[in-house]
Design a protein around this ligand. Structure first.
Ligand code: PMP
Length: 456
C-alpha cells in the first residue's frame, strides 16, 4: 500500500526519524499585528490539529508553521506601481487561512481547481466582482493568465479579422504597446496620440476622427506610467469600446454597459500578479481568428468558466478576498471617495509647493492612482527617494522611461501613507535651500569637522 512506504508514514513509525523535532516549525502559528488604519489588534492563532495516519492509527501533531510576530512597524508604505500594496486586512486573512483553508485541511495552493472548495472560491470571487461593478448577465467575467500584455494580442485575435480596421487612442506607453501588438492581427490606426506633449493629456472627444469602419475603439483608461486617467469615455462610432483598466480597475464605479470589453491585470488594485480579468459582452465571444491559440480564445474560457486549464488558483482566491474587502468598505462609491481624498491631498501638496514639486499632467485628467512628479532641482530627486525610503516610504522612483518620482496610491494605500508622504515632502522642501538639501549640508558639515580635526 502506498501509504505504508510514504515518508510521512515512516516518520510516524520511527520516532528517530523526526528531523522536525525542535525545529522552528514546531510552534503554533501565532500572529499579532496592528492594523494601521484602525489600530485594531489582530490575534490570529491556529490551534494544533491532529491527523490520523491510516496505516498506524496514531495521532500526531502535524508540522506547524514558524512562530511569527509582526507589528505594523515591519510594513512600509509601498508606493509601487504594481505589484502593489495589498489591504492589510486581506493579507492577514490570507495568512490565517494559508495553512488550512476554512477547515478543508489544506491550503488553497494545494487544492484541485476542480474540487468543490476551489469552485466555491472562484464562484464567490466572480459574484462579488459582479456586485461591485454591477455587471449584468450580458457579460462574461473571465479569470485568465498572461497579464494585460497577453490581452493586447487576444483582443484583436478574438474581436476582428486580420484585415479589419481598429482605432486606438494613444495616451501613454501602455496604449502604445497595445497598438503595436494589434498590428500583428489587425489593421490598427492611431486616431490621436499624446506623444508630442509627453503624454500629459486626454483628447477632447469631439475632435476625434474615428474611422467609419473601425471595429472597435481601444483606450487605456489609466496610463500607469504617465498618470493620465479618463474621467469620462468616448463613444465609438460602432459602439464597441475596449478599455485597458489595469491600473484603475475597481478604484471607482464604472458603467460596464458602455464597454464591449474591459481588461485588467490584478496586481495593482485587486490582487497579486498572475491573474488577468476580462469582462466581455457575451455576444462578442466565439469569433476568434483561426490562428488564435487555445489559451487566448475567449470562447474556450467562457465555456469552461475560466477552468479550461489550471487557473492561477491562489491569485484568484486573493482577488476574491480583495473584492470582499471592497464590498465591506461600502462598494466602489465609497472607495472612490477615499481615492479622491488621497489624490487631492497629494496634488495639492505638489501644486502648493511654489514649483518645488511639479506634476506635468493636465489637471482635469490627473490620475487618482498614479501620481508622477518631478523636483524643480532634478539633481535632488535621488536624495528625495533615498530619504523617503529611510522613512519607510518605498518605490517612489518614477518609471525609467520618464524619470522623476511616481507615487502609486491604489485602493490599498491608506490615507496615513499619503499624509506621511506629504509631510515628508514639505519637510524636504523646507530643509532644502539653494538647491542644497539638508542631508547634503549635514554631510558637508561633517566633512569640514573631519578636515578641521585632521589639520588643526
Ligand atoms: N496596461 C497597463 C495600464 C499597465 O499598467 C500594465 C502593467 N504595468 C500593463 C498593461 C501590462 O500588464 P502586465 O505586466 O500584467 O502584462
Amino acid at each position: 500500500m502506498a501509504m505504508a512506504t510514504s515518508p510521512h508514514n515512516l516518520l510516524l513509525k520511527n520516532p528517530n526519524l523526526t528531523p522536525l523535532k525542535n525545529s522552528i516549525f514546531n510552534n503554533p502559528i501565532t500572529t499579532t499585528t496592528t492594523n494601521t488604519n484602525t489600530n485594531t489588534r489582530f490575534n490570529l492563532t491556529t490551534k494544533p490539529i491532529s491527523i490520523k495516519c491510516a496505516a498506524t492509527s496514531q495521532t500526531q501533531t502535524p508540522i506547524q508553521a514558524p512562530l511569527q510576530t509582526q507589528s505594523h512597524q515591519d510594513r512600509v508604505f509601498n508606493f509601487a506601481a504594481g505589484p502593489a500594496t495589498l489591504p492589510e486586512k486581506v493579507l492577514l486573512k490570507a495568512q490565517s487561512e494559508l495553512y488550512n483553508w476554512r477547515g478543508s485541511g489544506m491550503s488553497v495552493m494545494e487544492m484541485s481547481h476542480r474540487g468543490k472548495e476551489f469552485l466555491s472560491i472562484i464562484q464567490k470571487a466572480e459574484s462579488d466582482l459582479r456586485t461591485l461593478l454591477n455587471i449584468s448577465d450580458d457579460y462574461s467575467v473571465l479569470f485568465l493568465q498572461g497579464g494585460a500584455t497577453t490581452q493586447f494580442a487576444a483582443i484583436p485575435l478574438n474581436l476582428v479579422n486580420p484585415n479589419d480596421t481598429v482605432d486606438f487612442i494613444v495616451t501613454g506607453s501602455w496604449s502604445d504597446k497595445a497598438f503595436k501588438e494589434a498590428q500583428k492581427y489587425s489593421k490598427p490606426s492611431i486616431i490621436w496620440s499624446g506623444k508630442s506633449e509627453k503624454y500629459t493629456k486626454i483628447p477632447s472627444f469631439h475632435d476625434l476622427e474615428q474611422n467609419p469602419d473601425a471595429k472597435f475603439l481601444h483606450i487605456c483608461a489609466n496610463e500607469t506610467i504617465h498618470g493620465v486617467e479618463y474621467k469620462d469615455y468616448p463613444s465609438p462610432k460602432n459602439g464597441l469600446l475596449v478599455a485597458d483598466m489595469s491600473s484603475n480597475f475597481c478604484s471607482k464605479p464604472v458603467d460596464v454597459s458602455k464597454f464591449g470589453l474591459i481588461y485588467a491585470g490584478a496586481q495593482k488594485n485587486v490582487g497579486p500578479s498572475g491573474v488577468t480579468i476580462v469582462i466581455i459582452k457575451k455576444d462578442l465571444i466565439g469569433n476568434a481568428q483561426e490562428i488564435t491559440p487555445v489559451m487566448l480564445d475567449y470562447k474556450i474560457h467562457a465555456d469552461n468558466n475560466s477552468l479550461y486549464n489550471t487557473p492561477p488558483c491562489y491569485g484568484i482566491y486573493m482577488c476574491g478576498l480583495v473584492f470582499e474587502d471592497l464590498l465591506d468598505q461600502g462598494g466602489l462609491v465609497e472607495v472612490e471617495k477615499k481615492n479622491k481624498k488621497k489624490a487631492e491631498i497629494l496634488y495639492n501638496a505638489i501644486d502648493g509647493s511654489n514649483g518645488f514639486y511639479r506634476c506635468p499632467v493636465e489637471k482635469s485628467v490627473r490620475s487618482l492612482m498614479n501620481v508622477p512628479f518631478t523636483l524643480e532641482k532634478s539633481e535632488l530627486e535621488a536624495e528625495f527617494i533615498k530619504e523617503a525610503a529611510k522613512e519607510n516610504m518605498v518605490q517612489l522612483k518614477g518609471h525609467r522611461s520618464v524619470g522623476g518620482m511616481r507615487a502609486s496610491i491604489y485602493n490599498a494605500m491608506p490615507l496615513a501613507g499619503v499624509e506621511k508622504l506629504v509631510a515628508f515632502m514639505k519637510d524636504f522642501q523646507a530643509t532644502t535651500f539653494f538647491g542644497i538639501s539638508a542631508t547634503f549640508r549635514s554631510s558637508m558639515t561633517q566633512l569640514s569637522l573631519y578636515a578641521k580635526a585632521l589639520f588643526c
